[in-house]
Design a protein around this ligand. Structure first.
Ligand SMILES: Cc1cc2nc3c(=O)[nH]c(=O)nc-3n(C[C@H](O)[C@H](O)[C@H](O)COP(=O)(O)OP(=O)(O)OC[C@H]3O[C@@H](n4cnc5c(N)ncnc54)[C@H](O)[C@@H]3O)c2cc1C
Length: 463
């Protein structure tokens, strides 16, 4: 009998007698916490190296921040979406698992603009009376303003971007924009649709690094055929010992020969080496009773995560034909961006509303029916043709989920040099992996590659 089945059997038995499982404390060479892309890849790497492991996941399903809503038309991705041309390891793994990539044909091309509640076409914008931008900004799509200013930054040595010499660039984005003469309206438009919490705090250095490194890859991206979530599912299937789900870790204690892990259902497990892949925002909810450096504790406590919430709407009629503009939009309204998703026949089947930062946190405060009411009312105001022609389907909040705490990690101004140095450092035989430990790589690639580094460290130290 596999150890996983054995544990489940014991758990069922204990539950039927209302017994806690504290007596059950199997010991493993390696325990991996979290079965997102990084935890799953850590398990695959252990399996390949012949290292016995246990992979523990709090949620019912594996995948973490990869989430395909397969039950909805157009199979919207509400988590990790774009697999860029430069994602070498991700693409290799997809191929190894027998999966295939497909172009992102499901998205409508083109966008309407909605600025200060005025609906207009992209072509109207440069000469529109709402356009109060400086002459050098006037012809730009509002969504291009940020990259326009970041492109003016001196080139960084990307291999040493977090070096203390670059601390002079680690300033809040708002300050950088002001220094570069951005107009008041440009700053407001950038702030409103910013893929972070606030331009008053976000590190310019990190944004510049990301922009300059993106330029090194060819443009374009793909998705996994059948939905991105087929990737973590296929990884889990390839494991001889798949993830043990619904095991939320609440405590990590050091003990004589390693670590003891406690779950909120009473289960306990022991190991010699530990790989922790949970985002630091979620790790803050786990008590760590083991020697841990001040720097690491500080990084766990202060690393920031971008709030993102998505709302899905279904059009009952093609309202965009009535106002003659694309169904998708870019706006400075509450419903910041809308992406129209198509089915296999090219028909628009739903609208994915993408809401960042403070607006995401605001709608996260609302219950489902309040949220539906607010979003539909806002759509009716900014896009009058949509009134009565949209149905609320679902929403997904990343900041509200205590297992994630946000969409992706970011640095505040002034944090880069100190925090970067400590993110992936091991503490004793506790190793860290996950998107946040590899900020030089884009999300999914970072998660997968970081797991290889963590398992390399395990191999060096396992006795
Ligand atoms: C909206 C959105 C859009 C994105 N777009 C892109 C994109 O276009 N391209 C790209 O490359 N990346 C993108 N990303 C980022 C990418 O999805 C992530 O970087 C990647 O999936 C992170 O994997 P991970 O394994 O590091 O973390 P996670 O996927 O967060 O995995 C951590 C796991 O730990 C589990 N866990 C947490 N706490 C506990 C606990 N106490 N006990 C046990 N288990 C626990 C969680 O349930 C989770 O399964 C996006 C992310 C989001 C949210």
């Amino acid at each position: 009998m596999q150890r996983r089945q054995f544990i489940k059997g014991i758990a069922a038995l204990a539950a039927s007698y209302h017994l806690p499982l504290y007596a059950n404390n199997p010991h493993y060479p390696v325990i991996i916490i979290g079965a997102g892309l990084s935890g799953l890849n850590a398990a695959l790497q252990c399996q390949q190296a012949g290292i016995d492991y246990l992979l523990l996941e709090a949620a019912k399903d594996v995948g973490g921040r990869i989430k395909t809503l397969s039950h909805l038309p157009g199979k919207p991705e509400v988590g990790g979406l774009q697999i860029g041309t430069g994602y070498g390891y991700t693409r290799y793994l997809i191929d190894q698992l027998g999966l295939t990539l497909q172009p992102p044909m499901q998205f409508e091309r083109g966008q309407a603009l909605i600025i200060d509640k005025q609906l207009l076409s992209v072509d109207q914008w440069p000469s529109h009376n709402r356009n109060k931008l400086h002459a050098s900004e006037k012809n730009l799509h509002p969504g291009r303003l940020l990259s326009h200013y970041l492109e003016q930054h001196p080139a960084l040595d990307l291999a040493n971007w977090s070096h203390v010499d670059n601390a002079k660039y680690d300033i809040p984005l708002r300050q950088y924009l002001q220094q570069h003469g951005a107009s008041k309206q440009a700053i407001q438009l950038i702030e409103h649709n910013f893929n972070g919490l606030s331009i008053a705090e976000h590190s310019t250095l990190q944004l510049v690094r990301n922009q300059q490194s993106r330029k090194l890859s060819a443009p374009g991206f793909s998705l996994v055929k059948g939905g991105n979530q087929t990737l973590p599912q296929a990884m889990n299937k390839a494991l001889k010992t798949p993830a043990l789900t619904e095991q939320q870790i609440t405590e990590i204690d050091s003990q004589a020969n390693g670590y003891r892990i406690k779950c909120n259902n009473g289960n306990q497990f022991s190991c010699q080496q530990l790989i922790v892949t949970v985002p630091f925002a979620a790790l803050r909810n786990i008590a760590i009773n083991s020697t841990i450096s001040k720097q690491k504790r500080h990084a766990i406590d202060t690393l920031n995560y971008t709030p993102i919430s998505q709302v899905l709407l279904k059009p009952s009629q093609p309202f965009w034909l009535d106002d003659g503009l694309p169904a998708s939009h870019w706006s400075n309204s509450l419903v910041e961006r809308v992406f129209a998703l198509k089915d296999n026949k090219g028909q628009i089947v739903n609208l994915l509303c993408w809401i960042n930062g403070k607006n995401a946190l605001a709608i996260d405060q609302l219950d489902e029916s309040q949220c539906a009411k607010l979003i539909l009312a806002e759509m009716a105001m900014i896009r009058p043709a949509s009134q009565g022609k949209l149905q609320y389907l679902a929403r997904h909040s990343w900041a509200n989920n205590p297992l994630q705490g946000g969409a992706y990690a970011y640095f505040k101004a002034g944090q880069v040099h100190n925090l970067r140095a400590t993110l992936g450092h091991s503490e004793g035989n506790v190793h860290f992996a996950g998107e946040h430990t590899q900020p030089e790589l884009p999300g999914m690639e970072a998660a997968l590659v970081s797991a290889m580094h963590a398992v390399d460290k395990v191999k060096q130290t396992l006795t």
